[in-house]
Structures are given as structure tokens and as C-alpha cells.
Design a protein around this ligand. Structure first.
Ligand SMILES: [Cu+2]
Length: 279
């Protein structure tokens, strides 16, 4: 570990503490104090992911600018995973979430709408038009947005109820809408996103586990088991070359099985806020 890295980590921790103390007044003192360490650690997880996102987006954008459609296609899904991993807290940067990750249906004119930007606009060009023509401006915008996101993390406050609630809400979103394949509809790389969403929510659960392990060991065991169950289901769709098979390869019954498991997780996690006294 070099000095710069150590310094960065302590700044991150200081930031998390600052955010926490503003929150602390209306919470039971014991649980608030116990939340400081896991939230600081979560903030480091987020910072690592946004740094990775910047790095991966640079390569993705470079491929687009070179007009290398195949290379850009191959980088699309892996570049997105670090963004999808922090999606539980996307409401803390909702303006960037719109420009980075919105879908065509969020716009009046769909794909043709000039306001439609970000990963999915680029995905549309690469897969539906099989071309990088006209994607340069979207690529530049995406690069600027992910850098902006990365720059904001240090000063971002992480309210515990948002972090905990976000993990549950994301699982609900996967079960309710993402399972239909709406997110990566042109590339069919949905399973990469799912994996990153689960992994990002599980990170939050794991960091908070020590706070409830004593009072509710059964709950911890059940939820850990349900995460493992989802992991196992997803593992069936791993591709030999890395990543996941196309989402079209899943049958309706495969999707139903996955959806039911994710729903169970969402229900589990929806009780976590209450268990931590954050309601
Ligand atoms: Cu997303």
C-alpha cells in the first residue's frame, strides 16, 4: 500500500464519519455507533468501484472512438459491472444515474430522443445499428459522467437507511422489472448486471451482519443461504469464455425460478432496516 492510497482511504473514512454524525441525533446511540465502521467500509467499496468504472470506461470509450465495434461490444458488459455493483445507492446521485443508466422508455421519443444518453444509448448503437457512428458524443458524455461520479464519492454522505433500504429496493427491482430483460435489451447481457446487483447488495448485508448476528442468528443464516442460492442459480449460466451467456438462452421457467429466488431475497432484506432500528 502506498502513501497516496493510505491517505485516500483515511479521507474516505473521515467523510463517512462526517456524514454519519449529521444523521446520528435521531437514532438510538448504540446502533448508530455500531454503524460507523460498516458504513465507512461500504464507502471504500463504492470508491473502489467508481475508480474501476473510470478505468474500464476509458477503454470502452477508446474502442468506440477507434470505430472498433467488436471490441466495444466485448467491453460493454464488463465495464458496467462496477456501476451495477453500487446501484443500491444510486438515489444518492440520481442525476448521474439518469444520464449514465436510463432506458429508452424513459424518453418520449425512445431511442431517437436526443436526451437519451449513457450506456444504454451506446448499447443501442452497437447492437441495433452495429456501428459506432454517432456514438462519440455519447461516449464523451459517459466518460465525463463517470469521472464526475468518482469525484463526488469522497464528499458523499451515506445515510444508513438509504444504504440498507437501497439493497432491498434493488433486489425488488431485479425481481419486478429487470427480470423481464428490460435493462440490456439490445445486448442481452442482463446476467452480468444481475450478478453485479447481487454482489453489491450482498456486500451491504455482509458488512451489517455482525450487528444482528447475535440478536438474530437465524435471519443471518437464512439470508446468507438465499444469497448462496441465487449465486448457484446464476452460476449455471456462466459462459466458458467468462461472464454469462446471452439472456435469451434462459427459458421462461429459468426466469421464473430466478425471479422467485430474488423475490425471497428482496423480502428478507426489506426487514433489515427494521432489525437495525432504521425505520
Ligand atoms: Cu442499472
Amino acid at each position: 500500500m502506498n502513501f497516496k492510497k493510505t491517505l485516500a482511504a483515511s479521507v474516505v473514512i473521515a467523510g463517512a464519519f462526517a456524514g454519519y454524525s449529521a444523521q446520528a441525533q435521531d437514532q438510538a446511540p448504540d446502533i448508530s455507533l455500531e454503524l460507523v465502521a460498516p458504513l465507512s467500509e461500504y464507502k471504500i467499496f463504492v470508491a473502489e468501484n467508481t475508480a474501476e468504472l473510470v478505468k474500464d470506461t476509458q477503454a470502452f470509450v477508446a474502442a468506440i472512438k477507434e470505430g472498433n465495434v467488436e471490441e466495444a461490444k466485448s467491453l460493454f458488459a464488463p465495464t458496467r459491472t462496477s456501476y451495477e455493483a453500487i446501484e443500491p445507492i444510486a438515489e444518492l446521485f440520481s442525476d448521474l444515474d439518469v444520464s449514465i443508466d436510463a432506458r429508452a422508455d424513459d424518453y418520449e421519443k425512445g431511442e431517437a430522443d436526443p436526451a437519451f444518453t449513457g450506456f444504454h444509448r451506446i448499447e443501442y448503437g452497437l447492437w441495433e445499428e452495429n456501428s459506432t457512428d454517432g456514438l462519440d458524443t455519447y461516449a464523451d458524455q459517459l466518460m465525463a459522467d463517470v469521472k464526475d461520479l468518482n469525484d463526488r464519492i469522497n464528499n458523499l454522505t451515506f445515510p444508513p437507511e438509504v444504504v440498507v433500504g437501497g439493497a432491498a429496493a434493488l433486489m425488488e427491482e431485479v425481481a419486478a422489472t429487470k427480470i423481464s430483460g428490460e435493462e440490456d435489451r439490445y445486448s442481452r447481457t442482463d446476467l452480468w448486471d444481475f450478478e453485479a446487483n447481487f454482489h453489491g447488495s450482498e456486500k451491504i448485508f455482509d458488512l451489517l451482519t455482525p450487528l444482528i448476528a447475535e440478536s438474530d442468528p437465524e435471519f443471518v443464516e437464512t439470508v446468507s443461504g438465499n444469497f448462496a442460492d441465487v449465486d448457484e442459480t446464476l452460476a449455471k449460466y456462466e459462459a466458458p469464455e467468462g461472464g454469462y451467456v446471452s439472456y435469451v438462452e434462459l427459458s421462461d421457467s429459468d426466469r421464473n425460478v430466478l425471479s422467485a429466488k430474488v423475490n425471497t431475497l428482496a423480502e428478507d432484506l426489506s426487514t433489515l432496516r427494521g432489525k437495525l432500528g432504521l425505520n
